[in-house]
Design a protein around this ligand. Structure first.
Ligand SMILES: [Zn+2]
Length: 434
């Protein structure tokens, strides 16, 4: 099933024409109504009206989170507040929050794009969708909610938290699709196990997960333990919220809604395009946003483009699940290390749990990383020799993957803190004072 076949399956040539026209009108919009862009364009003597190819995009300035903070709260809005019908804000964990606005049309577009994502992930009007994302300033809850209603599904706006109640409702209301973070889905599986509830007795068929990076191993684990088909979806409040990209049931990369978002994948330092298929920073230009258009927004999220076409029939490009962020990349002894690389190895090792922390310390000017990893009870309470073998195995596999050696410490099942929600899944405890 495709929600908007005409748009989602259009030829690349037609799509590029649509993108160019929409880019042109977005540039007109920000060049006229947003002083931040108007000033930048005039400083750069940018003649955007003469743009005649999508490659001209590369002449445009970038927008960063810092720019949004400096224009807090409404400085980057392209319409007067009277035309804004919704305001969301991203969490201000590392400084001032960023504020985004939506016109009535923006909400319509947003709902539609989320309906596309839901359809691609197997969900339809007959489904009962439990939305366990927080409802509030965070875009996850309301974003998915409006899209699910647009689809005609039955929506349970349960919001985040209270896992036992989530499970009770899931049983009683016969939920068929779950929306939350992937780590929260695993937490639900843990609690079900504690309560002696067998997930195969539930009506659950699909899980749509996002708002934090996860690995293929974690998907397998969720699929196996909850007996569902889990898909990944992507969005960020600075650009719109959920609905930017999502996986189809091929589960092999996220289709980007390219008629609404123009994407680039750039080297995070040189800011030049990477070779097709190589990992780089995702940079997004909105093409249809009215209240809060953004030009070349540096997401800090790392991904790569899948060049091949998808058997599902959608012609949009797919990106790989987000493999990390440019700002949680750790440089250990000069080597770039991403927490997700460690996660994918741990998933391959039997007996380890998907929960881990990384402790980074600097001793005598040398960085030391300790991977604290939860292991199942039988191993944790096993004889020293078996524990030793486990530690050695993990160390060996990690060294081969990362190209740098790390220490490994086994900890008891469920002794590490669980994370839930965007920006909170900090698995890295950096004790270096850099
Ligand atoms: Zn597909």
């Amino acid at each position: 099933m495709v929600w908007e076949k005409e748009q989602e399956c259009m030829s690349r040539v037609d799509l590029e024409q649509v993108q160019l026209e929409r880019l042109q009108s977005t540039l007109n919009r920000v060049g006229t109504h947003v002083p931040f862009y108007r000033n930048k364009f005039s400083e750069m003597k940018l003649d955007y009206e003469s743009f005649n190819s999508l490659d001209d995009l590369r002449q445009l300035p970038f927008t960063t989170k810092q720019d949004m903070r400096e224009n807090y709260p409404y400085g980057l809005f392209a319409v007067p507040l009277r035309d804004v019908v919704r305001i969301h804000s991203s969490s201000g964990t590392t400084g001032m929050a960023t504020v985004v606005g939506y016109t009535r049309n923006d909400i319509k577009t947003w709902s539609n794009l989320v309906a596309r994502i839901l359809t691609a992930a197997g969900v339809g009007a007959d489904d009962v969708i439990q939305i366990a994302f927080g409802y509030g300033l965070f875009t996850g809850g309301f974003g998915l909610h409006y899209g699910a209603e647009k689809l005609g599904a039955s929506v349970i706006p349960i919001s985040a938290g209270n896992t036992r109640r989530q499970i009770q409702i899931m049983q009683d209301f016969k939920t068929t699709a779950l929306v939350c973070t992937p780590s929260y889905a695993l937490k639900m599986a843990d609690v079900m196990m504690d309560q002696g509830i067998n997930p195969s007795g539930l009506s659950l068929k699909y899980g749509l997960f996002g708002a934090e990076p996860w690995s293929e191993g974690m998907r397998q684990e969720i699929n196996d333990r909850l007996g569902i088909t889990a898909t990944d979806n992507y969005g960020l409040s600075e650009v719109m919220g959920p609905g930017v990209a999502g996986e189809c049931l091929e589960c092999n990369g996220l289709h980007v809604n390219e008629d609404h978002f123009l994407i680039e994948i750039l080297h995070p330092e040189s800011l030049e395009p990477v070779e097709p298929g190589e990992i780089g920073e995702l940079v997004i230009t909105t093409l249809t946003k009215e209240a809060f258009p953004v030009i070349r927004y540096r997401t800090r999220d790392l991904t790569r483009l899948f060049p091949d076409s998808c058997p599902c029939g959608r012609t949009s490009h797919r990106i790989e699940r987000i493999t990390g962020r440019t700002d949680d990349m750790l440089i250990i002894k000069g080597v770039n290390v991403f927490p997700t690389q460690i996660e994918s190895i741990l998933f391959e090792i039997k007996g380890t749990q998907p929960h881990y922390n990384l402790v980074v310390e600097r001793e005598r000017n040398e960085d030391q990383v300790t991977v604290m990893v939860e292991v199942v009870e039988s191993i944790f309470f096993d004889e020293m020799k078996k524990q030793r073998t486990m530690v050695d195995l993990i160390k060996k596999r990690l060294a081969a993957e990362l190209g740098v050696s790390v220490a490994v410490k086994l900890v008891e099942e469920r002794s590490l803190e669980r994370f839930n929600g965007k920006g909170n899944r900090v698995r890295v405890i950096d004790k270096r004072e850099l």
